[in-house]
Design a binder for this molecule. Structure first.
Ligand SMILES: Cc1ncc(COP(=O)(O)O)c(C=O)c1O
Length: 399
């Protein structure tokens, strides 16, 4: 009898009781808009920003409506104009090139390595094509950030980090989002903290922080922020920075603050699950484990492995057979975008040239969510199912 997994890959944990209480308090007083505060009151959104800035060791933090909004705001704040080229990852999800397109700019795609990080040699070759890099730490894989920053600094390229999958991760001990000029995070349900929708942006640059705050829709109420630069900085930019409304509200912020306090513990729980799955997949014939560099502290909220050089049909068979046993795998090699998954050549509003080495990697990337509702035994079972099906189909194909 084949084992079957019956859990849900899209079921997150409930919102913690403390967060529910905080949300109820906001609903009871009714002041949900971030600037709607009683005299002397510090609103939940302003407190969230203050706490996230402190946690990240950043001077400034702004909470906004989504991760994608944070990225578009960062692009506007660094001065990207319509028509400008912006370097970005070929292996990422649609909101990343979407944020570039949203400001009328043009994504220039950079390839992916078998480690699932941006190809730094390809980046080196393309650095002279743009003055901004939107660096996506896709699925939590961090590239050699020391080398990347050296290269970008030398070329005068500003780095904006998309940390949608790396909240809580670090490179050589430095938290993800602290290397570039701006770090952007998502608080959407499938991320490391969950307010349904929501985003956070951090920076040490006072002018970028002031511009981002004005852009998010602060009107002239920016003095109610607790992690923003002083009014003199806003004086310099307030007449020339548009309001592109995208604030966070106090209800979401109330839900997020207790979750942030618990993030380190959650990271540990994700990694226990990730390691169980990784161990279970080790030495599966035809399956390549994605090695994690020693300098990287990751958050195993999803796991990827490669079926490199497998034919489309055999990969489709693995996906189908795993699905029949309750294991949902996503594939970056499919010709058509499906669900949350798409590829650089699916984004036809942006020109791209084929990258054969990256295409080979993308064609073999299998991707799976690891929600915290999975027990460690669930993770072992899931790994056994994948191992079983991959081995069976690999042996058939090679016999
Ligand atoms: C890699 C990546 N970047 C950015 C985003 C955008 O985040 P949000 O959904 O909060 O706009 C996502 C969302 O899934 C993502 O996966």
């Amino acid at each position: 009898m084949n084992e079957i997994f019956t859990g849900s890959f899209t079921q997150q944990e409930p919102i913690p009781d403390e967060a529910i209480e905080a949300a109820l308090a906001v609903m009871r007083h009714g002041r949900l808009h971030r600037y709607n505060v009683a005299p002397g009151e510090l609103g939940e959104t302003a407190l969230l920003e203050q706490e996230f800035a402190a946690r990240m060791g950043a001077k400034y933090c702004l909470a906004v409506a989504s991760g994608g909004y944070a990225m578009a705001t960062a692009l506007r704040a660094v001065g990207v104009q319509p028509g400008d080229p912006v370097l970005t990852n070929a292996f990422t999800l649609a909101p990343v090139p979407g944020s570039i397109a949203s400001v009328g700019a043009r994504p220039v795609f950079v390839g992916v390595t078998a480690g699932l990080t941006i190809d730094l040699d390809d980046l080196q070759a393309k650095l002279d094509q743009a003055r901004v890099l939107m660096l996506s730490h896709m699925r939590g894989h961090l590239c050699d950030m020391d080398r990347l920053m050296r290269m970008c600094d030398a070329a005068g390229v500003t780095v904006i980090e998309d940390c949608a999958h790396t909240m809580g991760a670090a490179w050589r001990g430095q938290l993800s989002g602290r290397q570039g000029a701006v770090g952007c995070y998502s608080c959407q349900t499938y991320k490391h903290v969950n307010s349904g929708e929501g985003g956070l942006l951090i920076t040490d640059d006072e002018e970028l922080a002031a511009k981002a705050t004005m852009l998010s829709g602060s009107y002239m109420l920016y003095e109610r922020h607790l992690a923003a630069p002083g009014p003199e900085v806003f004086e310099r930019i307030k007449y020339t920075t548009p309001n592109v409304s995208g604030r966070m509200d106090n209800l979401r912020a109330a839900i997020l603050r207790p979750q942030l306090r618990d993030l380190d513990h959650q990271v540990q729980r994700w990694n226990e699950r990730y390691e169980r799955i990784e161990q279970g997949l080790c030495d599966t014939p035809g399956l390549t484990i994605v090695e994690r560099p020693e300098a990287e502290t990751y958050v195993g909220s999803s796991i990827q492995f490669l079926l490199l050089d497998w034919s489309t049909d055999t990969i489709a068979e693995v996906i189908e057979r795993c699905a029949a046993r309750g294991v949902e795998l996503k594939w970056f090699g499919g010709a058509e975008p499906t669900g949350f998954t798409s590829r650089y050549d699916s984004w036809r509003y942006a020109d791209s040239t084929r990258m054969p080495n990256s295409d080979r990697v993308l064609a073999g990337i299998m991707d799976m969510r690891v929600p915290l509702t999975f027990s460690l035994e669930d993770c072992e079972l899931i790994a056994r199912i994948i191992r079983d099906e991959v081995t069976r189909i690999h042996n058939q194909a090679t016999s």
